[in-house]
Design a protein around this ligand. Structure first.
Ligand code: ZN
Ligand code: ZN
Length: 400
């Protein structure tokens, strides 16, 4: 029974699926990994500056409203460039964007100081392809919180090296290639030149440099690093338990809406991470708005019925496990009755799906409204089943 409930397969439509064959590393290679001194000094100095110079300047000189505004606006711009650009546009190809949008993403993505689009994407595709594999996932959460948060960038670990064979599609984008070729001068221009220029224009050079430049850089770093650490540690697993990725609204608030990470690892080709309308997902809203004004196109969405199917399969799987745990305290009759209920629920789910699939196959014969009606009915049945399974969970917990 458990096999048929396995919903852990990865989303094969992600560009990551067409990468090179696995490389062979050993734990010895990891132990011998040399330190990356540039990264170590960069993270240490920016962090120390943010916790010492930034408050000292605030106490002694105070910050202008313009400086605070620069922090908020540049936090948003750099965060969305990583989430909407580096992640959902380039790494996963969940939509296409006009070159002006890609240029803006490139500028603010460079400002976030998280490496070039090509380097970021090659590692991220490896993360999805080999998720939780300690030897091949560059930021494997199974190596612990610190490693997945920052540790993986402090030494030259073999899992983070790539020949870029999995980003050939991005190599065709002149904006990504230009950024990669001129990365260091672009970093200096966006992280030193731009804040100083903005500060001069707003009449508070040091205030904007320290808040919009330095503090923004450090806060933005950790907000996005949390996606690899917290979003693989805290939250629920509604769509798959085949990897450590979790869904959490709280983590979404800390990570520019990337906290619905369990869904993302299940369906990486969807331009959304938070699929419900109320889910906090600014990149989803940005991409949607861009599509409405013709600057983004080809937005990929996983059908609602497919998403609900994965959710119900996981719910059934959890109930199966819960029942197995309760087995020692249940009478043979109760166990048999609950098992029959679970089996019936699974059969009901298959029947609901079959009906919807038949309607989908007759898509060309049916009127559009008729198919939409069938889809709405299927989703209503699935919601009803979700509630029934919640009730069954309580019954299993209380049965004797
Ligand atoms: Zn991803
Ligand atoms: Zn992940």
């Amino acid at each position: 029974m458990t096999d048929s409930w396995n919903v852990g397969a990865t989303d094969s439509s992600s560009p990551a699926a067409s990468a090179a064959p696995p490389r062979a590393f050993t734990e010895e290679d990891f132990r011998r990994a040399p330190p990356l001194w540039v990264n170590i000094w960069l993270f240490a100095l920016t962090f120390l500056g943010a916790v010492t110079v930034v408050p000292w300047y605030g106490i002694v000189h105070g910050y202008s409203t313009a400086a605070w505004m620069s922090l908020v606006v540049l936090m948003g711009a750099t965060g969305l460039a990583i989430s909407g650009g580096y992640h959902r546009l380039w790494s996963h190809g969940t939509y296409d964007a006009h070159w002006t949008v890609r240029l803006v993403y490139m500028i603010f993505g460079t400002m976030s100081l998280e490496s070039s689009i090509l380097t970021w994407s090659t590692g991220h595709r490896d993360h999805h392809r080999y998720v939780d594999d300690n030897l091949r996932d560059p930021y494997s959460a199974k190596r612990g919180f610190w490693f997945s948060h920052m540790g993986w960038m402090l030494r030259d670990y073999p899992s983070a090296r790539s020949d870029r064979s999995n980003v050939k599609d991005i190599l065709r984008d002149p904006i990504a290639v230009f950024q990669d070729r001129h990365y260091v001068p672009l970093v200096l221009a966006t992280n030193i030149g731009l804040p100083l220029l903005l500060g001069w224009a707003l009449g508070d050079v040091w205030g904007v440099f320290l808040l919009g430049g330095l503090l923004r850089l450090v806060l933005n770093h950790h907000a996005t690093f949390f996606i690899n650490s917290l979003a693989h540690t805290v939250g629920s697993q509604p769509y798959t338990d085949a990897n450590t990725a979790r869904d959490s609204t709280l983590i979404a608030l800390l990570t520019y809406g990337e906290g619905y990470h369990n869904y993302h690892h299940r369906y990486a080709s969807d331009y959304r991470n938070g699929v419900r309308w109320w889910h906090f997902d600014p990149a989803k809203w940005l991409i949607f708005v861009l599509s409405r004004v013709g600057l983004a196109y080809g937005l990929k969405r996983i059908p609602d019925v497919t998403i609900q199917h994965a959710r119900l399969e996981m719910q059934c799987k959890r109930l199966e496990r819960k029942l197995a745990l309760r087995m020692p305290v249940l009478t043979a009759g109760t166990l048999e009755r609950l098992r029959a209920r679970l089996k019936q629920e699974h059969e009901d789910l298959m029947a609901t799906l079959d009906q919807w699939r038949q309607a989908r196959e007759r898509w060309y014969d049916l009127k559009r409204e008729e198919f939409q009606r069938q889809t709405a009915l299927t989703l209503a049945l699935m919601r009803e089943q979700h509630r029934r399974l919640q009730g069954l969970s309580v019954q299993i917990g209380q049965a004797a």
